[in-house]
Design a protein around this ligand. Structure first.
Ligand SMILES: [Zn+2]
Ligand SMILES: [Zn+2]
Length: 338
């Protein structure tokens, strides 16, 4: 198969011919139809993920067609059109048995714990637990854009953030995650503010129904009548995390979605404010496969439009450049030819 490999962290990315994977006993091999280029892949390439063993193939936001099935798989057959959460759960640990597959204690992540989907084929574990059937008519590019960012944002806004119609929501960082969160919060009836340093990203956020804010935390508090009910740090930097927490009103909820690699330094969250204002600080880490149908229904009905976030489709030969430039242009790049 063709795959995009790197052999050194931060080193050269090149398309190579390598052996195709065999399906794990409880898993499948998927012929990749589309795969998103995500900032998490960039972090992995840069050496920020301790799970990665070199040489490595990135890619975790995928959709495609089942091409091979392990002996223990009962629910899936060759030819099925599927996607998968980036957290592939074991299905057997205490978290999985409670339904919280997104924080599985024995999770596997394509593109991190093993080779990912910047390739024509990818192996996925525990297929009966993790695969999600695609609705007829949903393109692979749209399904891949649900991948980690849209599903994570959906869980962050709807499930963890418990957004309600009429609430003020502020989203820091208007890349793929932030724009997803904005679209979802607007669809849920919230009044959404967008913060970013890029005018182009703010323009896109505005086109999705958010009000751009410049002028920092004070401007956010003023525009939200004393602070937001719900804040999201969709970028994942110490500064945006702290600013998002400072933007809340009493009893507000903060959901951290953007990754915060410790190498960037840890955010100095003012915990005295968390106490005095009874703030909630929450994380959001993907979404379990069993939670996808509610999200897919909203996409099929047209209430949510993840396809609008896909601003570039490229071939595998252009994936290296897309990975190097991830986050520089607004919207999501999806690899759709291999
Ligand atoms: Zn588990
Ligand atoms: Zn991702």
């Amino acid at each position: 198969m063709r795959a995009l490999l790197f052999s050194a962290f931060g080193g050269e990315l090149s398309v190579q011919d390598v052996p195709s994977p065999d399906p794990p006993q409880d898993g499948v091999v998927v012929e990749v139809g589309a795969t998103g280029v995500c900032r998490s892949d960039w972090h992995g390439w840069q050496g920020h993920d301790p799970d990665i063993v070199l040489p490595h193939v990135p890619g975790h936001e995928l959709a495609g067609t089942v091409a091979g099935v392990g002996d223990d798989v009962t629910r899936w057959s060759v030819g099925d059109r599927v996607t998968v959460p980036f957290v592939c759960a074991c299905g057997r640990c205490a978290q999985c048995l409670a339904g919280d597959h997104q924080v599985c204690a024995a999770q596997r992540q394509p593109g991190f714990t093993h080779w990912g989907s910047f390739a024509s084929h990818v192996a996925l574990d525990a297929a009966d637990v993790n695969l999600v059937a695609l609705p007829d008519g949903m393109s692979f590019a749209t399904a891949a854009s649900l991948g980690c960012r849209y599903a994570t944002s959906y869980r962050a806004v709807v499930q963890q953030g418990r957004v309600a119609a009429g609430e003020h929501v502020v989203v820091y960082g208007c890349g793929g995650v932030g724009l997803s969160a904005i679209q979802i919060a607007v669809a849920m009836g919230a009044s959404v503010l967008a913060v970013d340093i890029s005018p182009a990203a703010l323009d896109l956020a505005e086109s999705f129904g958010a009000r751009p804010v410049t002028g920092g935390v004070e401007a956010v508090r003023e525009a939200t009548d004393g602070g937001a009910h719900l804040s999201l740090d969709a970028l994942g930097s110490p500064q945006t995390c702290v600013d998002a927490v400072l933007s809340l009103r009493p009893r507000g909820r903060h959901v951290q979605v953007g990754l915060l690699p410790p190498s960037q330094g840890r955010p100095l969250v003012p915990m005295e404010r968390v106490v005095a204002m009874e703030l909630e600080l929450l994380g959001s880490h993907g979404m379990a496969a069993h939670a996808y149908p509610a999200l897919l229904d909203l996409v099929v009905s047209g209430r949510l439009r993840p396809d609008l976030l896909v601003t570039r489709e490229v071939g595998l030969e252009d994936a290296a450049q897309a990975l190097a430039e991830v986050g520089r242009a607004p919207g999501i790049t999806v690899i759709t030819s291999f």
